[in-house]
Write a protein that binds this ligand. Structure first.
Ligand code: GLN
Length: 192
């Protein structure tokens, strides 16, 4: 069984662990350096990206996540997607720059302050994990403002990307761990 790390300093790591279990993987709740050697991939959950950054430095894990991401797959959701981005705005803050995306925090404003949307997905998504609308929970979500040419957009909402893939990495601005639909987690597990 694949062992998947879930960064467990802050945020909804428990929901990701449960979703990974339902998808047939073994979650490892990562809180210390020694655990990176035992995992095949890493999930950075939703939560509050500024707080998560502070805790990453406080626990001396920032470099470990960056190093892990330079050779293994990482999946960031919401605050996790913010940490994956090459550049972060509103306000600017440090990130792992694992994906060539520019992201703006809290950018949907109150109109999308916690909402469930039925998303259409790209043919590449459905070909790999199955057809049907994708239920997406947005909670104070960031907006992906631009992506590099080799970033694949697997789903969009209102004309902006919400699920993107680049090489081994994946990022979602919504929370796939909060619905019963396991396809986004399956997409991540496929590459481990
Ligand atoms: N608004 C949060 C941030 O900027 C992200 C919200 C979330 O992860 N649900 O970090």
């Amino acid at each position: 069984m694949k062992k998947v790390g879930v960064l467990s300093l802050q945020g909804d790591f428990a929901a990701h662990g449960a979703a990974l279990e339902r998808a047939g993987a073994e979650p490892v709740y990562v809180r210390e350096r020694a655990q990176f050697g035992a995992i095949d991939g890493l999930v950075i959950p939703g939560g509050e990206s500024t707080t998560m950054l502070k805790l990453l430095h406080y626990e001396h894990l920032f470099e470990d996540v960056a190093e892990f991401g330079s050779r293994k797959p990482v999946f960031g959701t919401c605050a996790g997607a913010i940490l994956m981005a090459r550049s972060v705005a509103n306000p600017a803050q440090e990130s792992f720059a694992l994906m060539d995306i520019a992201i703006e925090r809290n950018a949907y404003g109150r109109q999308l302050d916690s909402r469930v949307i039925e998303l259409d997905t790209a043919p590449e998504f459905t070909a790999r994990v199955g057809t049907g609308k994708l239920e997406a929970v947005f909670i104070r979500a960031p907006i992906i403002r631009s992506v590099a040419a080799d970033v694949k957009v697997l789903a969009e909402y209102g004309g902006t990307p919400v699920l993107v893939e680049q090489g081994r990495h994946l990022a979602a601005t919504f929370h796939p761990e909060l619905t019963r639909d396991l396809r986004v987690h399956q997409l991540f597990l496929e590459r481990l």
